[in-house]
Every structure is written in structure tokens, then in C-alpha cells.
Ligand binder design. Structure first.
Ligand SMILES: [Zn+2]
Length: 108
């Protein structure tokens, strides 16, 4: 059986430590982003795990892209609840990035 890395308890993105929260009840997600949400101000990422570890990693990468957007001020990646924009592009980037990392055994 393949060894599975545990999902991280914290993630450091550009010097900011985000505490990770995981939940398997979709009702506990945010209203606009039921699979995950993050706050750079609070230093938190909340990730839905009910669809399995690969999907959870794709969601983590989605939130990391938001964190990079917030911290590096890359507008198209920033987390903005009110606008909820660019999610198709961010999801695509996160999924492709997760696929590359998983195919090369950098994530398990
Ligand atoms: Zn998002």
C-alpha cells in the first residue's frame, strides 16, 4: 500500500504561516466556496476533505494560489469574497498543478 503523506497542519507561504483546518462536512464551508476558503489576515485555510486526499490537495493548492495573490498582490489570484472572480482559472491552475505534483510523486 502506498504511503500517504498527512495533510499539513500549517503551511508557510511567502513567510506567512497559515493554520490548516480540515472538515468533511460540506455545510461547514463558506457559502461561496464550499470546498475551501482562506484568510491571510487570520492566517487560516479551511479545506474540505470529503472528496478524498487528491481533491483536498487540489483545494489546498487553490487556497495557496489565493495566498500568493494576497501576499504578492497579484490581483487575478487574490481572495475576494465579494467579487468571487477568476475561480475557473484558479481551479484550473490548482488542478493542473496538483496533477503535475501527483504524477511526479511529489505529493501523495
Ligand atoms: Zn477561491
Amino acid at each position: 500500500m502506498k504511503k500517504t503523506n498527512p495533510l499539513p497542519k500549517t503551511l508557510n507561504v511567502m513567510g506567512v504561516t497559515y493554520r490548516m483546518f480540515y472538515y468533511d462536512d460540506i455545510a461547514k464551508g463558506g457559502p461561496d466556496e464550499p470546498f475551501g476558503f482562506m484568510s491571510t489576515k487570520k492566517g487560516e485555510m479551511h479545506i474540505y476533505t470529503g472528496n478524498g486526499v487528491n481533491f483536498a490537495w487540489s483545494t489546498i493548492l487553490h487556497e495557496i494560489l489565493h495566498a500568493i495573490g494576497d501576499l504578492a498582490r497579484i490581483g487575478i489570484l487574490e481572495y475576494d469574497d465579494s467579487k468571487n472572480r477568476n475561480h475557473a482559472e484558479i481551479d484550473c491552475l490548482a488542478t493542473v498543478l496538483a496533477d503535475v505534483l501527483l504524477r511526479n510523486n511529489l505529493l501523495r
